[in-house]
Design a protein around this ligand. Structure first.
Ligand SMILES: NC(=O)c1ccc[n+]([C@@H]2O[C@H](COP(=O)([O-])OP(=O)(O)OC[C@H]3O[C@@H](n4cnc5c(N)ncnc54)[C@H](OP(=O)(O)O)[C@@H]3O)[C@@H](O)[C@H]2O)c1
Length: 273
């Protein structure tokens, strides 16, 4: 939000707590409720990032996952269409099966878990209901956040507390610095982009190698990182092995640099606690 706030009037909507000065609480599964909230704000653009993102929970609680990710997104898309607001829907690299990696926007999705399937169904609903919308797929979001851990801050916390931390070697993605994604979203608003764009980090890297680079960037003891494989962790849902995203189309269309890991971590070191 802070990336946009200088130039736009931004209103944050959240499920439980208010975010931002004018925060509004909403549940996207309640169509009437969000209809009233969004219509009263009368936005030009809606950036829809709400989702059930717990991949294992989506696998075991399928009705819930579908209700939030598909019905909720359908509700948001219908409201945007009705009030003629531009919709930017944040989607995921998990729509791909992870066999090849380095996916372009034109590659065929083939999710391997229920979370990915719900996000793909949501993408299709958005494209159908609101054809001028933008679907922005991202991957492994990380960066400073006031109250939630993400992969990078989880690794940092473990290393700073001198804990051994098991990290997978056979899970490859495109780690994306949160503020860099925000910049890409801002440029997408300014360019009125449509269709699908991959707004993610520009480097394809395994979680383990990423964790090592985090340790190096923050001058922490990387020997505490223990390489493991996905099957050692007992995850409920299958994960794509390499869901890395090709980002050149977004960089060109939006005129934005999508950072590699070193640049992202430099930014975190510079701005962080
Ligand atoms: N994190 C990643 O690595 C990653 C990678 C690729 C794509 N994405 C996508 O990026 C977006 C943001 O991800 P994130 O990691 O920031 O997820 P997150 O921390 O789980 O945030 C999702 C938000 O959605 C809210 N939410 C859940 N159910 C809702 C409902 N029924 N109505 C309204 N709000 C609801 C959650 O509220 P509560 O937590 O308060 O319930 C939470 O604030 C998601 O669309 C996700 O699919 C994330």
């Amino acid at each position: 939000m802070s990336t946009l706030e200088g130039e736009y009037e931004v209103v944050g909507l959240d499920m439980h707590e208010s975010t931002g000065r004018d925060g509004v609480k909403v549940d996207i599964t309640q169509k009437q409720e969000i209809m009233e909230s969004i219509a009263s704000i009368a936005p030009n653009v809606v950036v829809h990032a709400a989702a059930e993102t717990n991949v294992d929970r989506c696998e075991t609680e399928r009705d819930h996952a579908k209700r939030v990710n598909v019905t909720g997104t359908t509700n948001v898309a219908e409201i945007c269409a009705k009030i003629r607001a531009k919709l930017i829907f944040i989607s995921t690299d998990y729509v791909f099966d992870g066999v090849e990696g380095n996916y372009a926007e034109s590659d065929e999705p083939n999710p391997v878990n229920f979370y990915g399937l719900t996000k793909l169904e949501a993408e299709r609903a958005v494209a159908k209901i609101s054809p001028k919308s933008l679907i922005m797929r991202t991957s492994v979001l990380f960066g400073w956040h006031p109250n939630r851990l993400n992969f990078a801050t989880w690794v940092l916390k473990g290393l700073r507390e001198h804990q051994t931390t098991r990290v997978v070697t056979d899970h490859v993605n495109s780690p994306t610095l949160n503020v860099n994604l925000a910049e890409a979203i801002k440029m997408a608003i300014e360019h009125d982009s449509e269709g699908i764009l991959h707004g993610a980090g520009s480097e394809r890297i395994s979680r383990f190698d990423f964790a090592v680079r985090i340790a190096e960037a923050f001058d922490l003891d990387g020997s505490l990182l223990v390489p493991v494989e996905m099957e050692d962790l007992g995850w409920v849902a299958k994960r794509p092995k390499d869901s890395s995203l090709r980002v050149q189309k977004a960089e060109k269309e939006l005129g934005v640099e999508l950072f590699g890991v070193d640049r992202s971590l430099e930014e975190m070191v510079r701005s962080g606690p």
